[in-house]
Design a protein around this ligand. Structure first.
Ligand code: ATP
Length: 608
């Protein structure tokens, strides 16, 4: 496919707000692509150059893009800036400049694959003089494309493509291509949970349809979507729900998914493997022949942050494994766990080894998903735990404590014990279920300090959708309140759940403004479902996640959370948080935002 044709599809997608129409347009588009290009096209329409977990950084910010446009179309930087001020969108500026440049619409033009390869090359330029190389190559690329393509190709390196949908809508579109409806979306989504690479899944489907998709399996080196926990408000409810179950301490640190392979085949496959030694220097004790990858909860490759975990994992007595656990900072003298903020200091790019000595970590592993070449996902929790016990021997990587209980008294006793040790609470796990990648259900139930007797059984991780200008005292900050949304994973949209205007300190308001800077957009993003009564003065594109506490969840005539879930309790109304207040700003990804279904589950819990 020519890139110009892809651009026409992007234009159609940009013009529609209807989710169904988007899915249909995407299905028509996907149906026209060949096996060789379908993966690249999937990444491009999502504004990326690879799967979610392989973020390719362009390092091409707005200032540099201005230089690109000046270079490409023979204008000076000032003119490009002027136009940018007028339109607020460098994509549109590129499109306008391309038209004035003349010889506008090129016959034929570059293919999707060619544009993809060029963008990859631009992103990959490194070292001295690389900025200049990026500017020149990007300018050359823009010159060789038509005006509409300029609009979209300019937005990609800036992270501004944002057509208002995510992998979830693409999954529905793929189902449409093969069945003409959404009937195989669930099957594709189940594969996406263990192989979150939409491009790869599209290739498989394109090649042999659903038959090829069935072969998609868990693989070392590729993160899988973590299993997540539901909540219940009391020990009584947990025992009622689970009967006999396992209780583990709930450790408040960073989720780590550790992938390990001693096989040379894996080494050859892994593009990043060569620099494992370079990551931490020769003194680190790392064995260059044993591959370790550590992924965070949102599947980012965090290997470079944790040298001591890499060394410890390499020593495990296995050929290959994938472990799920939580890393927490501790004081080596007192053996006490440190608060979450201390652990967070280990999330860094620089001075990693130095910090690892000052703030050492321990990993408590609570699950094993793969062992010596075999997936354990379908094994029961009890069987997986047995597997884990044979692998983990203690030290930096330790087995999490574990007791099987069936009474409220025993559960409370363990809860009190772990709290007294400075832990966050307990995780209760069903004994006979498989590992459900990407699912949040009652197979795992979290029960945290401060939950019992509280109206709301957990805090909400919401997305900031926009904000309102400050009046009176707040005028000095430029913000008086902000609008918070939750994610509707069925429709791939964000729905409002709270307007937060109280409880922030002056410095938190200042921090709020700092964090929304760079995320502000002129128009309401299409992915937001907002009642007119809550229209914001300023819109914020998806990017800032906040943890919100509240007294309870109530039905609301103006908030949209859950409005289209089609359930009796919230028919014709949405749900909202009563007395919402900010707990903190979170370093979370969009995929981790609380969903409308979770809000509904918490709402139902209150009623019981
Ligand atoms: P979630 O991860 O469920 O979206 P969250 O990020 O708000 O929620 P919490 O609600 O505090 O975090 O708890 C869930 C997290 O607790 C898990 O994702 C995991 O990182 C961590 N955790 C700690 N101990 C355990 C354990 N024993 N078993 C499973 N997860 C644990």
């Amino acid at each position: 496919m020519r890139f110009s044709e892809l651009s026409s599809y992007l234009e159609r997608l940009e013009k529609t707000a209807s989710r169904n129409q988007m899915t249909e347009i995407l299905a028509e588009f996907l149906g026209k692509l060949s096996v060789d290009e379908v993966d690249k096209a999937c990444y491009l329409v999502l504004g990326r150059l690879g799967p979610l977990y392989e973020t390719v950084e362009f390092n091409l910010a707005e200032k540099m893009m201005i230089r690109v446009l000046a270079e490409a179309f023979g204008v000076d930087d000032k003119e490009a800036w002027q136009r940018y001020k007028g339109t607020g969108d460098l994509g549109v500026v590129a499109e306008q400049l391309r038209v004035s440049f003349g010889r506008s619409e090129l016959r034929g033009g570059l293919s999707v694959e060619e544009v993809f390869a060029k963008l990859l090359e631009i992103a990959g330029a490194e070292g001295t003089g690389s900025q200049e190389v990026k500017v020149l190559k990007m300018a050359e690329l823009l010159r060789s494309l038509g005006s509409l393509s300029n609009r979209y190709v300019t937005r990609i390196p800036l992270g501004q493509l944002r057509l208002g949908f995510s992998d979830v809508t693409l999954i529905d579109a793929l189902s449409w291509v093969f069945k003409g409806d959404k009937s195989v979306s669930d099957e594709i989504r189940a594969k996406f949970n263990i192989c979150p690479d939409i491009g790869l899944l599209a290739v498989k489907l394109r090649r042999k349809g659903l038959r090829d998709l069935k072969e998609v399996e868990l693989a070392v080196g590729h993160p899988i979507r973590s299993a997540l926990a539901e909540r219940l408000p009391s020990a009584e409810k947990i025992v009622e729900k689970l009967g006999k179950f396992a209780v583990e301490p709930k450790v408040d640190g960073l989720r780590v998914q550790i992938h390990l392979s001693k096989s040379s085949k894996f080494k050859a496959q892994s593009s990043k493997s060569d620099n494992q030694n370079d990551l931490f220097g020769k003194e680190s004790g790392i064995d260059p022949d044993v591959l370790v990858r550590i992924f965070s909860r949102n599947m980012a490759d965090s290997t470079h942050m944790f040298p001591e975990i890499v060394v410890a994992a390499q020593k495990l007595p296995v050929e290959s494994a994938i472990l799920d656990g939580e890393a927490i900072a501790f004081n080596p003298d007192t053996e006490e766990f440190l608060p979450f903020q201390e652990t967070m200091q280990r999330k860094r790019k620089y001075r990693v080894v130095e910090k690892s000595k000052k703030i050492p970590l321990k990993v408590f592993v609570f699950d094993i998903l793969f062992l010596n070449g075999r997936s354990l996902l379908d094994e029961s929790f009890v069987e997986r735990r047995k597997g884990l016990e044979g692998v983990v021997r203690g030290g930096v990587i330790e087995l999490i404590r574990h007791q099987v209980v069936s009474s409220q008294d025993k559960l409370r006793e363990l809860f009190d014990l772990y709290i007294s040790e400075g832990l966050e609470g307990v995780m209760c796990k069903k004994l006979d279920t498989p590992y459900q990648a990407g699912a949040r259900n009652f197979d795992w139930i979290k029960y945290k300090r401060g939950t019992e007797g509280k109206g709301l059984p957990d805090t909400v991780d919401g997305l900031v959708l926009g904000y309102y200008a400050g009046r009176g005292q707040r005028a000095k900050f430029g913000v008086g309140a902000f609008l918070v949304g939750v994610y509707n994973s069925d429709s791939d949209i964000f729905e409002t759940v709270a307007k937060v205007g109280t409880g922030l300190t002056d410095s938190q308001w200042e921090e709020f403004m700092k964090r929304v800077k760079g995320l502000q957009v002129k128009d309401r993003p299409k992915q937001y479902l907002i009642d007119k009564a809550l229209t914001c003065d300023f819109w914020v594109r998806p990017g800032l996640v906040v943890e919100i506490d509240a007294d309870e969840i109530t039905r609301s005539p103006v908030h949209t959370a859950g409005r289209d879930l089609e359930v009796e309790e919230v028919r014709d109304s949405g749900m909202s948080l009563r007395f919402p207040r900010l707990v903190c700003f979170r370093e979370k990804q969009l995929e981790e935002v609380t969903t409308a279904k979770e809000i509904l589950a918490m709402y139902r819990m209150q009623k019981k």
